[in-house]
Design a protein around this ligand. Structure first.
Ligand code: ATP
Length: 467
């Protein structure tokens, strides 16, 4: 496996405005991050493309944007209040807390199928200490739900939770969706939004944070057909990963064994990615049976059913849940694309990412900043492109440095207006990955960008548009 330096990626992300530590001027806050000018563009590209692929381009998936704070009964019914916990141990001296399963994994102990008691026993038997060398307390379950209160007086105040996943709203709104939309089995409900978990050990940059975004689908199917839909969703998730352009060799499927699956799930597959800090879950796919709809039906006393058009009977559908983390997607894309190329005189940092993911699709430069005609022409060209594409204009500094700056942030194409452009209305188009250049008509530039976004290679662009 090609090893990438996570510190170099963290440094680039900060230097170029992708990801900043949150509240930095106040000393920061552990493991919270802000997405800067380029980070927000990339996150939006990811979310928009996902929505396009799974909602807009499908006839049987509808969208939802539900409230983050829901009736607390939702989380009682779903089992989160009682069971959404991780095993925690504490250093008896420093009182630092650790996730027991992670601690054992760091000691290369295979925890497959182990419950909290078995894991605690391993700590005892092997005399495993905290990373600071101190004894550890007995393990206990630590609930990850973030609690807060609503209401204005002590008496009326009630405890509520920040949602730990977007998923439950798709079950809670099932009745409204079925009655208001022309959905029939199989169909899905998709949502993108924030989720909050009081993680014991958030770490690895944006991989595990307490506040994050999910892109989730609850796909409702006939009970008898769950296996084929599960396979179909494995393929759909592969297609998404292919769209992201992630290297296949870094992607792995992990079948989750029975002891580690939720009790209601007959099959769960994690899609893992080789991050610089190890192979970790990127996405998940779970078959949830009819557990959630049954739970909400019994806790709310509502009937949560749909008429199956094939049999005309009312049924409680079963659910397949593909779930995708936005930040883990962004991190995998940054890791996958980050490249240091040793050139003759220096090293070039390039973010080799799919063109549609890049914060800017094109950068436009006048070759000479103090030539007003060049500036004018470049500004006009930028204006004509910025309506359709994410375009950046830059007139300061040596042209080579301007190219390098765009390479670092993954801009697939740069256009330079020079003296000849003023005479013949052509410009230089430069490719990020090969650094090759081609002379094209200014009126063709929009088409060149369109073609690159469609997946055409720069060689194709050259043969199609070169003048
Ligand atoms: P893990 O085992 O890593 O804690 P999980 O199995 O609890 O993850 P899920 O409940 O399946 O995760 O969450 C669905 C998706 O949400 C994950 O596949 C991941 O992409 C994302 N995700 C979960 N927890 C976090 C987090 N703390 N920070 C960032 N993304 C997260």
């Amino acid at each position: 496996m090609e090893q990438k330096d996570i510190n170099a990626i963290v440094a680039l992300a900060k230097r170029r405005g992708f990801i900043f530590p949150s509240s930095e001027i106040y000393g920061g806050i552990s493991n919270a991050f802000d997405y800067g000018p380029l980070g927000v563009e990339m996150k939006n590209n990811i979310k928009n493309e996902w929505w396009k692929m799974f909602v807009r381009k499908r006839q049987n998936i509808v969208g939802l944007d539900a409230s983050i704070i829901m009736n607390p009964k939702v989380w009682e019914a779903s089992g989160h209040v009682a069971e959404f916990s991780d095993p925690l141990v504490e250093d008896v001296k420093t009182h630092k807390r650790y996730r027991l399963d992670h601690l054992l994994e760091e000691h290369d102990i295979d925890i497959t199928g182990m419950g909290i008691d078995e894991m605690s026993a391993v700590i005892e038997e092997r005399g495993i200490k905290s990373p600071d060398g101190n004894a550890l307390t007995n393990a206990r379950h630590f609930n990850l739900l973030f609690q807060t209160h609503i209401g204005t007086t002590e008496e009326t105040m009630s405890t509520v939770y920040l949602r730990p996943e977007t998923a439950q709203a798709m079950f809670v709104d099932f009745k409204n969706i079925v009655s208001s939309s022309r959905v029939s089995l199989p169909f899905g409900v998709a949502q993108i939004g924030k989720a909050f978990r009081n993680e014991i050990t958030p770490r690895n940059f944006i991989f595990r944070t307490r506040e994050f975004e999910q892109m989730e689908i609850e796909y409702f199917v006939r009970a008898s057909e769950w296996e084929e839909h599960f396979e179909e969703w494995l393929q759909e998730m592969d297609a998404w990963i292919q769209r992201l352009g992630l290297k296949k060799t870094r992607i792995h499927r992990a079948e989750i064994p029975e002891g580690e699956r939720a009790h209601y799930s007959q099959r769960t597959v994690d899609i893992e990615y080789d991050f610089p800090f190890g192979r970790k879950e990127l996405y998940g796919l779970a078959y949830r049976g009819d557990y959630d709809l049954q739970q909400h039906a019994s806790h709310s006393n509502e009937t949560l059913v749909i008429v199956d058009a094939q049999t005309n009977e009312k049924v409680v559908p079963h659910t397949i849940e593909p779930t995708f983390g936005v930040e883990r997607t962004l991190l995998a894309v940054l890791v996958d694309g980050y490249t240091e190329e040793v050139l003759e005189n220096d090293t070039r940092i390039v973010l080799k990412i799919a063109p549609w993911l890049s914060p800017y699709t094109v950068a436009v430069f006048p070759l000479v900043a103090n030539d007003s005609q060049m500036r004018q022409k470049a500004t006009t060209l930028w204006g004509s492109l910025s309506g359709s594409y994410s375009a950046f204009y830059d007139q300061s500094g040596a042209i080579g440095k301007r190219y390098r700056r765009q390479d670092e942030i993954g801009t697939p194409l740069c256009v330079t207006i020079d003296g000849d452009s003023l005479q013949d209305d052509t410009a230089t188009l430069r490719d990020r990955d090969s650094m090759e250049q081609v002379r094209v008509q200014c009126s063709d530039i929009s088409r060149c960008i369109h073609d690159v976004l469609q997946g055409l290679s720069f060689a194709d662009i050259q043969s199609r548009y070169s003048v």
